[in-house]
Unconditional design. Structure first.
Length: 305
């Protein structure tokens, strides 16, 4: 059974990587045409997803077409990246209509990631004096908080909403209906699995089987919604290193970071990808987002190249 799942996972990975290579080859051969088709395709996906939800009475929360919900923020990131890279404000025109939809989609990680990238581009685009003023204001704010605000809460600060006791004695009836409670339990249990299989992991597609040991209701035994932790659990530290290896090769040997704008777009797409993948499970959409910074040729190819 484990061998069958490993073979299936290997085939899936090969298909994903083959698709990425083929798509990137098309982008490299004719970057201008590909960029237009790529952006228009994303806009069409956003439009169809929006219309579908409106027709079904969902004025907000556009999450009922599976992975299509990620298209809104991704399209916004691509548009502002093109606007910055080519210094062409015409790429921002679709954002006039898309930005309200991004907010109404209620896709929290997408909304936050989009604004992180937008702030990054704004910060690097302003004049040096304005950057200095912004940094000075931030530093002053931190200093005032440290001097006049009670920061004792930092002693007990945690990124998690629920206590260790609630995780140990999980109310599974509540977890079925409270997403944050369920996800925190998945992260807690997933980390426990990793710490006992930290070199090579438990094997491809085996995480739900091991997660099932922590729940009475097996419907709760899912992936952790964190690509990095999912990879650590199933493929171990060796697997995560292999996943990151293309980045190491790209940064050390590629000519894709040959000018300042290339570097800034790469960093912005890394911000988007890393943040998104902290809240996504493994799969084809996750891998496309994960390798998007490396394949920035989708959007960042000058005509002179």
């Amino acid at each position: 059974m484990g061998l069958t799942k490993a073979i299936i996972a290997t085939v899936q990975w090969m298909l994903i990587l083959f698709t990425l290579v083929m798509v990137y080859s098309s982008a490299a051969k004719n970057p201008e045409k590909f960029r237009v088709v790529f952006i228009k395709t994303l806009l069409v996906i956003c439009f169809v997803t929006l219309v579908y939800h409106l027709m079904h009475g969902h004025l907000t929360s556009y999450k009922f077409l599976g992975d299509a919900k990620y298209a809104f923020a991704l399209t916004g990131v691509i548009l502002i990246s093109c606007a910055y890279y080519f210094d062409d404000k015409s790429y921002l025109k679709p954002l006039v209509f898309l930005y309200p939809v991004i907010l109404l989609s209620l896709e929290r990680k997408g909304i936050l990631a989009f604004h992180m990238v937008a702030f990054f581009y704004i910060f690097i685009s302003v004049k040096p004096l304005n950057k200095f003023i912004m940094l000075a204001l931030c530093s002053l704010t931190v200093l005032l908080l440290a001097l006049f605000y009670d920061l004792s809460f930092l002693n007990t600060f945690t990124f998690f909403e629920y206590s260790d006791f609630e995780m140990l004695y999980l109310d599974e009836e509540q977890a079925l209906w409270i997403s944050n409670l369920h996800r925190q339990s998945l992260l807690t249990n997933g980390w426990d699995i990793f710490t006992t299989h930290f070199i090579f992991g438990v094997g491809p597609k085996m995480l739900p089987a091991y997660m099932g040991d922590f729940y009475i209701n097996q419907g709760l035994a899912l992936y952790t919604h964190n690509v990095f932790l999912d990879t650590l659990i199933e493929q171990g530290t060796v697997g995560l290193f292999l996943l990151l290896l293309p980045y190491l090769v790209y940064i050390t040997q590629s000519s894709g970071l040959k000018n300042q704008k290339d570097k800034m777009v790469f960093i912005a797409l890394c911000l988007y990808s890393i943040f998104m993948l902290f809240f996504m499970s493994g799969g084809a959409p996750s891998m496309v987002i994960f390798y998007l910074p490396i394949f920035k040729g989708f959007i960042a190819n000058r005509a002179s190249d």
